[in-house]
Design a protein around this ligand. Structure first.
Ligand code: ACO
Length: 332
């Protein structure tokens, strides 16, 4: 980090998945699909689904508490809470404010951030600016989703893809040669219709008609999203590496957004990374949107795969369209 800025890194990570699991076999009884189709097209075998009483803030809270504990930070020390989600508890108050109250993080500013599946990396980039500029010292960034609540369970094009979960990171100052080395964020709103929920906002407020037309559910043009994802994930990762002065040979681990195993493999090929350097949980979790990267990161840490000074590339794409990549030198 140059001049008056300071280095910012991840001090602690936490995650949670709802207990209830829906397997591909379960889905076979719900829509016209087969486990073989789902596995061959996506790599997904099962996904965790929140029960009717579990909202995004509940998952956020569990993951957030864990991250704080592992970072050795008290909730009162937090200056900022960002919850990246496309499935907030309600339009307002923000899920971040609900989490702030439950944590007792009385000194923290709190807001939600919506960049679909790229939301977690957008959140990390925003929090990093506040800490590197010394405006704040400590931030909690949570990626949390209950996509099951906005999924049309009779649409086989989408219902086989998604899962629920939450992951959280505590960000703070770290030693000069470690932490976040670069970001690359982007958006292309011309692709806004490729992934959308048309109803329930100010364009089409919720009405009996919007519900009848199922406009409160995710709609997706899968093949177009797929092509975009394969292109942009590789480009974003390489651009972020370039900004950090590193090349693909320097990368120890890729932590990609978990939308589809074929997309992940294509990105890994572009970075010339073997499977053992790519963190994958899409087979067990499906696409958890903003939660997928922090959950995958937490699982990799718990499995002992990530060591101090490893170079990690986190990369995501999502609705909007949006994308983001972050390069981190692990450790504090
Ligand atoms: N079971 C069986 N058949 C299905 C299913 C299913 N679950 N879903 C779709 N099909 C059918 C379609 O109806 C279509 O049939 P048709 O040709 O008769 O019209 C056919 O399968 C399409 O097959 P493919 O072209 O081989 O499918 P593809 O290889 O494109 O895979 C998939 C589809 C998995 C959706 C892929 O396009 C994809 O992963 N796209 C990206 C999705 C994604 O990443 N979304 C991100 C959302 S993130 C967010 O912001 C919430």
């Amino acid at each position: 980090m140059l001049g008056h800025k300071r280095s910012v890194g991840i001090l602690g990570v936490g995650s949670t998945l709802p207990e209830n699991i829906i397997t591909n076999r379960d889905l076979e009884t719900m829509v016209d699909t087969s486990s073989e189709w789902i596995i061959s097209r996506t790599g997904i075998r099962e996904r965790h689904i929140a029960g009717p009483d579990i909202a995004t803030s509940d998952l956020s809270l569990t993951a957030g508490r864990q991250a704080l504990e592992r970072a050795g930070i008290e909730a009162q020390e937090l200056d900022l809470i960002i919850v990246a989600t496309a499935t907030p508890d309600m339009p307002f108050p923000s899920t971040a404010c609900i989490v702030q109250a439950a944590l007792g993080a009385n000194n923290a500013a709190a807001f939600d951030l919506e960049a679909a599946c790229s939301g977690f990396l957008y959140g990390v980039a925003v929090a990093e600016q506040f800490i590197s500029s010394k405006t704040y010292d400590t931030a909690l960034v949570i990626g949390a989703e209950t996509l099951s609540k906005i999924t049309n369970w009779s649409d086989r094009n989408t219902c086989v893809l998604f899962g629920d979960g939450a992951g959280a990171c505590v960000l703070g100052p770290v030693s000069n040669d470690r932490g976040i080395l670069s970001h690359y964020l982007g958006a292309d709103g011309r692709g806004k219709e490729l992934l959308q929920i048309r109803g329930g906002g100010s364009r089409k407020p919720t009405s009996i008609d919007t519900v009848r037309q199922k406009l409160h559910y995710i709609e997706m043009q899968g093949a177009e999203v797929y092509k975009f994802a394969v292109r942009i994930m590789g480009e974003a990762a390489l651009k972020a590496l370039q900004r950090s002065g590193l090349s693909r040979e320097d990368v120890d681990f890729l932590v990609p957004h978990q939308a589809n195993h074929r997309i992940i493999k294509a990105v890994a090929r572009r970075l010339r990374l073997p499977p053992e350097q790519v963190i994958v949980n899409v087979d067990r979790c499906g696409n958890m949107s903003a939660a997928s990267i922090p959950v995958a990161l937490d699982e990799a840490i718990i499995a002992g795969r990530i060591n101090a000074d490893d170079i990690l590339v986190l990369v995501a794409f999502g609705g909007g369209l949006t994308w983001g990549a972050t390069v981190i030198k692990w450790g504090t």
